[in-house]
Design a protein around this ligand. Structure first.
Ligand SMILES: [Fe+2]
Length: 372
């Protein structure tokens, strides 16, 4: 759609100038005709060079993105055109090649699937390489993370002792029988977590763990991450799995604050590989018309200002070293040994490796009938 609008603008400016030349051409001598033609061409040139712009497809929400893009436009002079989409960016990129220069989305399984479909192009930017740690970038430069979030254990402050919690693996222990809630196993956040278990332990061991986790569920998988916190608040379960930023967002809402206040965050696997991290990320599309501008956008979003804004507005972890966490995020895990000011050990395995196991993760979800 965006591309079509630009094409129309091009055609309109060309036709107007063309008519002027024809009209004056009939009345003037040869020198004047040449002069008119030259002036006509000069008039045409600036109109054929459009202002720098970048066409963005975003699965990140408008409230979050708008302030960043305003800052980007002010800083770079590049106009940011955005189409917002809830999901389905892979299909959209396939259907409209060239209409989108940059994709902004969430989740490693998603980024990996689109990269494997050949719809991104490699970017080698020294700015991005400096701002974003290598485990948060595709080794071929096909995508880069822009923020991170931990997939952590939510626990009832009343009914769970911290000493009961340790690792993702331990959630399959019998002591958690009928005490755990999760959303659908097939949700991309859980697919990524299961993929990370496969990366660590192999398919067979990960499947055994997933069966154990299913056996411990207090109810059929349902709802979203916030719904699991509500279920703990209501006493349906004691322990759940969810993303860190939802706790920050619930604490800011009058109708959800009580749910969040009844629950603590525990960072699993602090004594071994660290807590599984997922990301939001960005990429330049294979058919980008405005490639340089798209790279500038990703560079800007990985920089100090945008990283700070992401952290404050959405309670996500900045990927750039040294950018402060939000106040709420700094309080996460405050009762957990080894966690200071919200800083914990993150799993540093490259996310592209984790993403590569997503099909196997879905296969073992099917085999254990996780959602049924
Ligand atoms: Fe989310």
């Amino acid at each position: 759609m965006i591309l079509n609008e630009r094409t129309l603008l091009f055609e309109r400016s060309f036709k107007i100038d063309f008519k002027i030349i024809i009209y004056t051409g009939g009345k003037l001598n040869l020198m004047n005709k040449l002069l008119t033609l030259t002036l006509g061409c000069l008039l045409l040139i600036p109109q054929l060079v459009p202002a720098a712009e970048v066409n963005i497809l975003s699965e990140r929400q408008e409230f979050l993105l708008r302030p960043f893009l305003k800052a980007f436009e002010e800083n770079t002079g590049i106009k940011a055109n955005v189409v917002y989409l809830k999901k389905g960016s892979l299909e959209r990129l396939k259907q409209q090649p060239g209409a989108v220069d940059a994709l902004l989305t969430v989740d490693i399984s998603n980024l990996t699937a689109i990269a494997e479909a050949g719809l991104f192009q490699p970017v080698n930017s020294s700015v991005i390489n400096k701002n974003v740690p290598s485990n948060y970038r595709d080794p071929k430069g096909l995508w880069s993370a822009l923020t991170a979030r931990g997939r952590v254990i939510y626990y009832s402050k009343d009914r769970v002792k911290l000493s009961e919690l340790s690792t993702y693996e331990a959630l399959a222990d019998a002591k958690f029988a009928k005490r755990i809630c999760t959303r659908s196993g097939y949700h991309k956040y859980n697919v990524a977590l299961i993929s990370s278990m496969i990366a660590e332990h192999g398919v067979a061991a990960a499947k055994k763990w997933l069966q154990g986790l299913k056996n411990n569920l207090a109810r059929k998988p349902q709802g979203n991450d916030r719904g699991q916190v509500k279920a703990i608040y209501q006493g349906q379960c004691d322990v759940a799995i969810g993303n860190t930023y939802y706790m920050g967002k619930m604490l800011e809402r009058d109708d959800q604050r009580e749910w969040a206040a009844s629950v603590g965050i525990f960072f699993p696997n602090q004594n071994d590989r660290g807590t599984h991290m997922n990301v939001s990320g960005g990429a330049v599309t294979r058919d980008a018309v405005n490639k340089n501008e798209a790279v500038r956008l990703l560079e800007f979003l990985s920089g100090d200002l945008a990283q700070y804004m992401y952290a404050q507005v959405n309670h996500e972890y900045p990927v750039k070293e040294g950018v402060p966490y939000s106040g709420i995020v700094s309080s996460f895990g405050s009762s957990q040994e080894g966690v200071k000011k919200g800083v914990f050990k993150q799993d540093k395995r490259n996310l592209s490796e984790i993403g590569s196991y997503r099909k196997k993760a879905i296969q073992i979800l099917d085999e254990v009938n996780y959602d049924k």
